[in-house]
Write a protein that binds this ligand. Sequence first.
Ligand code: FAD
Length: 285
Amino acid sequence: MKAPPFRYVRAESVDHALDLLAEHGDDAQVLAGGQSLVPALNLRLAAPKLVIDINGLSALGGIVIAGDSVRIGALARHAEVLTSEAIQGQLPLIAKAMPHVAHVAVRNRGTFGGSIAYADPAAELPACAVALDARFVLQSKRGRREVAAADFFKGLYQTERAPDELLIEAFIPRQRLGFAFAFGEVVRRHGDFAIVGLAAIGRWDGARVQDLKLVYFGCEDRPKLATGAIKVVRERKFDAVAVEAAVAALDRDLDPVGNLLGSAAAKRHIAKTITRRALGSMFRN
Ligand SMILES: Cc1cc2nc3c(=O)[nH]c(=O)nc-3n(C[C@H](O)[C@H](O)[C@H](O)COP(=O)(O)OP(=O)(O)OC[C@H]3O[C@@H](n4cnc5c(N)ncnc54)[C@H](O)[C@@H]3O)c2cc1C
């Protein structure tokens, strides 16, 4: 199929893009890497009247260490994130996840901001962002605001971003000393969207596991923090019994949605298996 007709404008500045978004709102779509938007246009799942190309906006690019955080510009390509020294040194969870995001050709065009704004429930980066307490900067003609990743993802392809807002950048706290992390996913073929995946981070204080985050993707309509399993691990001596208790708690934490990739029961089973592996690799008992 071919895309329905639309007007195309190449934004000349962030202000220009914001003017267009303010004027056209829901009738406009931002074009970043186009790896999700263009297929959606061609399948006529999206039919914006206006497509605003932000690819010329250098202010939205770059990956740099900014104090206690790493700043990732919305237009940073997946390939840049994959090879960035700042990401490898400071955000090892994201470095571990990146090779699982799509394939080389898609990673050469697809952007960090596009993945976040699109909010595919099976995507790796939204879950990593929640696990790492990322903050997203949104800007419109009305002003600029920061939204915590935990509050950003609202449902299937739904986010806190208003139609007139542009995602500018993300700030992700650098991983502190003593933290362990794990990333796991089950896919049919490497580079596909996950059937189910897990982004995990936490710290061993010598007696207990602290600051644990277990965030699942591909399970529900958005990244899901498993609060019950986290509580079980936090409150017990960490051993094989605690791991199994945490795994059992996932029955209450997760309400997987079956789809073409797997039934709800299969997804629950996979979530449990990758949780055992993740906790075992992060905190050996
Ligand atoms: C074959 C294939 C396999 C893939 N596999 C995976 C995978 O395994 N894991 C995965 O996570 N992803 C996968 N993807 C998706 C890929 O990661 C996309 O790059 C990503 O989802 C969207 O990024 P993009 O820059 O291409 O955004 P676009 O397609 O340009 O835009 C996507 C949406 O986000 C909006 N948007 C983009 N940037 C902004 C911004 N700065 N501000 C506001 N709104 C914005 C757009 O308006 C649009 O609605 C795959 C894609 C393909 C084609």
